[in-house]
Design a protein around this ligand. Sequence first.
Ligand code: ADP
Length: 446
Amino acid sequence: AMAAAPPPALVGAGASGDEDENAATKEDSALLRKLIHSKLVSTKADLEVLQKDPNSPLYSVKSFEALNLKKELLDGIYSMGYNTPSKIQETALPVLLADPPVNMIAQSQSGTGKTAAFVLTMLSRVDTNQPYPQCLCIAPTYELALQIGKNVEDMGKFMKDLQIIYAVRGERLDRGTKLNGHLIIGTPGTVCDWALKLRFFDLKKINVFVLDEADVMIATQGHQDQSIRIQRGLRKDCQMLLFSATYEEEVMRFAQAVIPNNPIVIRLRREEQSLDNIKQYFIECADAEGKFQALSNIYGSISIGQSMIFCATRRTAAWLAEKMTKEGHAVGLLSGDLSIEQRAAIINRFKDAKEKVLITTNVTARGIDVEQVTVVVNFDLPLTQDHKPDFETYLHRIGRTGRFGKKGLAINMVDSRQSFATLKAIEKYFGRKVEKLDAEDMEEVE
Ligand code: ADP
C-alpha cells in the first residue's frame, strides 16, 4: 500500500486542530516523569541551603550507615539497590532524621531522590506497635499517591506489621471507622474528608506530615485550601515537610504558608543547558516529502546512535513514523492520544535502546530528558502559541547540561520562508552559526 499523503505545509503549528496539547497538564507531566525515572538523575550542581536554623544540625552524610537507621530499614534501602545517598539526600537526611524534628522545604528536579528521602523519614519515625496513623503524606493525584505508596512498600518491606493506608478516591470506609494502619498516603480532598469530616483518624497523632509535588499542587486552588486545612489540624511539634520540583515565587509563597516554624530551605539548582558541544545544521527542502527524503538520506549515510525527531503536530509525527517504519527503521512514536502509562512505556523502551528513533511532538516530550540521544532533528522548528520562534524549547530539545556534555548533533529542516526566518532568528538569538547541510553529501558531518 502507498503511504498516506504528506500533511500539508504547516503554517504556525499551534493553530491546527490536531495538536495533542490537551496532554500537557502538570499532573500528567509529573506522573510521566515518575514513571520514566527508573534511575537517579545525577547532577554536578551544588546544594544550596537558603535558610538555616541555628539549632539544627547541618552536615552531610556519605553513607546510609552513618544515619543510624533501624536494621530492617537499612536492609530495605539496600534491597532497592541504593548504595549511597544522592546529592540532596546527603544533606537532607541528617536534618530530616534529627531529634527534635525540624521542618523542611526542599526543591530539586524530578528524579533526584526526594521521594526516597521523605519515605525514609516517615518509615524511620513510625512505630508499628502503635495501631494508629502516625505519618501522613499528600500528593496531587491518585496516581502520584500510588507511586509514593510503591516506594513505601518497597523500602518498608522488612518492617513486618507495617500497614499503609491509601486515602484516595474510590476508597470507601464505613462511618465510625477508626483506622489502625500506620501510614496514610492520599490526595488532599480525601484526606481532608477522612480527617476533618469523618474523623477516621486523628491529625493530632500525626508525627510526620509530607506535602509532595507542591508545584503541581498549587495549580489546583482547591488543593491549596485543603492542604492548609489539613496542616492546621496538626500538632505544633509535628514534623512538616514540603517538596517541589520547581522553585517559582508562587510555590515558595505557598510553601512558607504551609510549613511554619522557620523551616530549613534547601535547593538543588538545575544545571543550565547550553549549545556548547552541539553542531547545528539546517537542510533546505521543498516540502514535507522533501524533508522525509533528506532524513532518509541522513539515516542511510551516517551512523546515528539514538535520535529524537520533533514534529509540530501529531499528524505529521504519525505520518513520518509510518514512512520511516516502511524504510525499515525501528521507530517509537510518542503521541498525545496515548495514556500516560503508554507514553512512559514508549519512552522506557527508547531509553533501553529497543528503538533507535523516537518521533514526537513537542508537548508530549516536554520535560523529558533522554541522556543518550546524540542526534536531534527538528522536522519542524519550534514555535510558540503565537507563531514566534520558541527559543526556550529549541534549547531544551538540543541543549546539553555540562554533565552529559558529549558531542551532539542538531539538524533543522527548513521548507518555507517562514521556517527559514525562524532558523535565522534562532541563530541570532543564541549567537551561534547554524551551518547549511547538503543532504546528498553527508561527509562533512562525520
Ligand atoms: P524524586 O522524588 O526527586 O523524583 P525519587 O526519590 O523518586 O526522586 O528517585 C528517583 C529514582 O532514583 C527512583 O527510581 C529511585 O528509586 C532512585 N533513587 C533514589 N534514591 C537513590 C539512591 N540513593 N541511590 C540510587 N537510586 C536512588
